[in-house]
Write a protein that binds this ligand. Structure first.
Ligand code: AMP
Length: 402
């Protein structure tokens, strides 16, 4: 296997930042429900970097995207409420400017005092951000003397604020990105064993590359969620009306064969919760076998599967989890995912390194009330998977050459 070359990245601590204007790319793309922030984890995770910079008397200019506005201002995607939440968490004033470039932004940057914090409005209110337009990147870069990249969840995108800006400023990674890389690099480089990966979610096609890469590293691979049915079908097992990606059956067979050659134990669900129609109050059948009757839809892993998935987690020294075990959004089908979360929290207590990546798995952890009980919860699902796939993330590549 060819290894990607290690990127030479400067760390925040390697730069002289005292009193300087520091442009910090953060990922404040937080979930919003009806104008309210429903989970502030991504804001909380940046506090260490901000506290470090405040301590250095830096003048801190924060830039971020939120949601998917179409290159123009959309009130529901304003970062104004994020500035308020940050102020509350940081226990220090946070100024806000209603644009990320132009006279109002420039004025707000100029008004910053040593140790002051300013959040600029959503980068994606300008189409030039995602287009990585050079003049826009230059206008952003003008806000700082130094660039700190702390937006782990945006590293797999080459946008003006993650790539273009690095052409104009010396840069380094912030403390959040350092922590993310440390955990994911350790898991893929030198994991404590046994190393178990649990992969779920809806689609095999989205996770093929990471499954393939994980087989190079793990001892045990547990597959659950909607994608498990394609793997079962690849073994000739009937899956009723469950989610099935027929065009991925050959790919699933190749994964199983590679696992066999690499002596990785690949475990598929041995029983399921199944329903006639997917609805929160649907009558649930527990299948007693790997197969699912022709008229039923698999919606969660069954009790026997929960038992042996949990057993594997509790025996492991490193656990990586991405993707729910069932349609966890409905309480009746969340049991498998909640059990995995609880088993990981227990394993963490007894010294295992537990890493969770992906928005849905993090929602399960929140739903289970287990926030803070894993070794590491990645703030970037897409970025963490691409990193595990062995890809060089554009945001890091740009920083390495600046
Ligand atoms: P992903 O984005 O690929 O990680 O998929 C997450 C989605 O997979 C969640 O919205 C789950 O509801 C869905 N999912 C998990 N298990 C199943 C299943 N058995 N059938 C259909 N969808 C599922």
């Amino acid at each position: 296997m060819t290894e990607k070359p290690a990127l030479k990245l400067k760390r925040l601590q390697d730069l002289t930042l005292r009193g300087k204007r520091v442009l910090v790319r953060v990922d404040y793309n937080v979930p919003i429900k009806g104008f309210r922030i429903s989970d502030n984890a991504r804001i909380r995770e940046t506090l260490k970097t901000l506290e470090y910079l405040i301590e250095q008397d830096a003048r801190i200019v924060l830039i971020s995207h939120l949601g998917r506005p179409k290159g123009k201002p959309e009130p529901r995607y304003t970062l104004r409420s994020v500035a308020d939440e940050l102020e509350r968490l940081l226990k220090a004033p946070v100024a806000f400017a209603p644009d990320c470039v132009g006279p109002e932004a420039d004025k707000a940057v100029a008004a910053l005092k040593p140790g002051g914090v300013l959040l600029l409005e959503n980068l994606r209110f300008h189409a030039e951000e995602e287009a990585n337009e050079p003049a826009f990147a230059k206008a952003l870069a003008k806000h700082g003397e130094v660039f700190i990249q702390d937006a782990f969840g945006a590293l797999h995108r080459a946008h003006a604020s993650t790539s273009g800006v690095t052409k104009h400023l010396p840069g380094a990674i912030g403390l959040l990105v350092q922590r993310e890389l440390e955990f994911l690099d350790r898991a893929m480089g030198n994991p404590a064993r046994p190393f178990t990966a649990i992969i779920g979610g809806a689609k095999v096609s989205d996770k093929l590359a990471v499954l393939d890469k994980l087989l190079e590293r793990v001892d045990v691979l547990l597959i659950g969620g909607g994608m498990a049915y394609t793997f079962l079908a690849a073994q000739g097992i009937s899956v009723g009306k469950s989610l099935l990606e027929k065009d991925q059956i050959e790919a699933a067979k190749a994964i199983i064969e590679k696992g066999y050659n690499k002596k990785v134990e690949i475990l598929l669900p041995a029983d399921h919760l199944a329903v006639r129609v997917v609805a929160p109050d649907a009558a649930v059948t527990v299948t007693q076998a790997m197969s699912i009757p022709a008229d039923l839809i698999g919606v969660d892993i069954g009790p026997h599967t929960v038992e042996f998935f949990v057993e594997h987690v509790s025996k492991s020294k490193t656990v990586f989890w991405n993707g729910p075990m069932g349609i966890f959004e409905m309480d009746a089908f969340a049991r498998g995912s909640l059990a995995v979360a609880a088993a990981m929290a227990e394993a963490t207590k007894t010294g295992a390194v537990t890493i969770v990546g992906g928005g849905d798995s993090l929602s399960v952890i929140a739903k289970a009330g287990l926030v803070g009980q894993m070794s590491h919860c990645s703030t970037g699902g897409g970025a963490s998977l691409e990193l595990l796939e062995g890809k060089v993330l554009p945001g890091l590549a740009a920083l390495a050459s600046c």
